[in-house]
Design a protein around this ligand. Structure first.
Ligand code: FE
Ligand code: FE
Ligand code: MG
Length: 167
């Protein structure tokens, strides 16, 4: 923990660590949901969609890396056990029970929308109070916005395929 780095934070550091740990927990769930979905996926365009799911899995894991770095820097402890992930995460884990491609896409779109809300809230909480976390949240938010759009455009491609294909 860097003492001066902690002193310049204009908000309650424990409150900040709680927000960071919640986001951290959600990234592990997002990672696993994508990672497993990519393995189970069935249906049209499954290879293209699986490639995107795998890429997103890697990016979610990197978000967890970024958040753990900030938590440690502030003298906190990243969530110690997987049981804590679902307990703390602001976004629910949606098990890929039905591996059909559009079902997986819809589940992950919902997850991205929750992530976008989470990082917007983290930015609002840290604005003018902790520039370092604010910038971190912005960097992650940019990627979550990209994820949502990637998935929605794949979803749209599948919809168009069904409409045109039935004529
Ligand atoms: Fe993420
Ligand atoms: Fe994401
Ligand atoms: Mg992508």
């Amino acid at each position: 923990m860097g003492t001066r780095g902690r002193e310049i934070i204009g908000m309650d550091v424990d409150k900040l660590l709680d927000l960071l740990n919640r986001a951290y927990a959600s990234e592990w769930l997002a990672y696993y949901q994508y990672w497993l979905g990519a393995k189970l996926i069935k249906g049209p365009m499954k290879d293209a969609v699986a490639a995107e799911l795998n890429l997103h899995a890697a990016e979610e894991l990197n978000h967890a890396v970024m958040l753990s770095g900030r938590i440690l820097q502030l003298g906190g402890t990243p969530v110690l056990a997987p049981e804590g992930w679902a307990k703390l995460s602001p976004c629910k884990y949606d098990a890929p029970q039905d591996p059909y491609v559009t079902v997986l896409l819809d589940q992950n779109i919902e997850g991205e929308q929750c992530a976008i809300t989470t990082y917007k809230a983290l930015m609002d909480a840290t604005k003018d109070k902790d520039m370092v976390t604010y910038n971190l949240a912005l960097a992650i938010l940019e990627q979550e916005i990209e994820h949502e759009e990637d998935l929605q455009s794949l979803r749209e491609d599948l919809d168009l395929m069904v409409v045109r294909g039935s004529k």
